[in-house]
Write a protein that binds this ligand. Sequence first.
Ligand SMILES: Nc1ncnc2c1ncn2[C@@H]1O[C@H](COP(=O)(O)OP(=O)(O)OP(=O)(O)O)[C@@H](O)[C@H]1O
Length: 290
Amino acid sequence: MTAVQATGLALRYGRTTALEDVTFTLRTGVTGLLGPNGAGKTTLLRIVATALPADGGTLRVFGHDPSTPPGRLAVRRLLGYLPQDPGFHPSFTAFEFVDYVAILKELTHRATRHTEVARVLSAVGLDDRRRSRIRTLSGGMKQRLALAAALVGDPDLVILDEPTVGLDPEQRLRFRELIADLGERKTVLLSTHQTEDVMSLCQEVVVLDRGRVRFEGTPTELAGLAAGRVWTSAAREAGALASWRTGTGLHRHVGDPPSGAALVEPSIEDGYLTLVGAAAEASAIAGGAR
Ligand SMILES: Nc1ncnc2c1ncn2[C@@H]1O[C@H](COP(=O)(O)OP(=O)(O)OP(=O)(O)O)[C@@H](O)[C@H]1O
């Protein structure tokens, strides 16, 4: 079932074009949103989460149109959103904060609501900190608290803006399990800079670059963009789109391989670099030609 259909979305901040002609579809499962800094990911998530109206294009969330007040309300009832900078009241306890969000989400029956708040706090591993004041929590704990708030009420669409930032490896693993389970039943849109998150969690991936969709497909298809374009060698090679020294001491390169290069299996990161690196190179050439 189509959960979100975005067609030709556009948004400008003054003279900055943040999004242009953005079209994509989300269904049940986890979709990763990748893109360089400033690509427009947060802007897009805010639009889908009804926190920001688009300047152009159409958006349907479970058939509702968020550009109308009743449509917006209907979408908000089905939505959980973890923004990039969640605002916390530092003197609330963890429990009070999630309980407050649950009230806003119209969970009016006190006992049922409290059971639900306890459920999501437990799901993010904050059982033992439920009575702690938010100001006493670590950065990673606050991130998990924001995730709990996004999950309260079991929403059908969950939008997560860089949810793994600040999580330690164990918590990241736990987060992936939680989101993978959620993706069995719900629609999850997840913005991240971690290609590992995409590899281990996402059935679909959308790559944004400079406000435009550069790719929409599966993680395997994204990796496939770099097929025949990744190689290793003992020394750095100047002609590659991207090169880095790996832990083994070998240099890994993405780009046009020289003849006889030792080709290796591409990863999602290689596919992403092929896409974004090629676009950056093309715009540099276009800029240079002017
Ligand atoms: N409130 C704003 N006013 C003016 N320009 C903005 C505003 N918010 C974002 N921008 C600009 O819009 C573009 C897209 O920004 P956005 O935050 O959506 O990107 P992003 O992909 O989420 O980046 P990051 O990965 O760094 O979080 C950037 O050029 C940014 O500078």
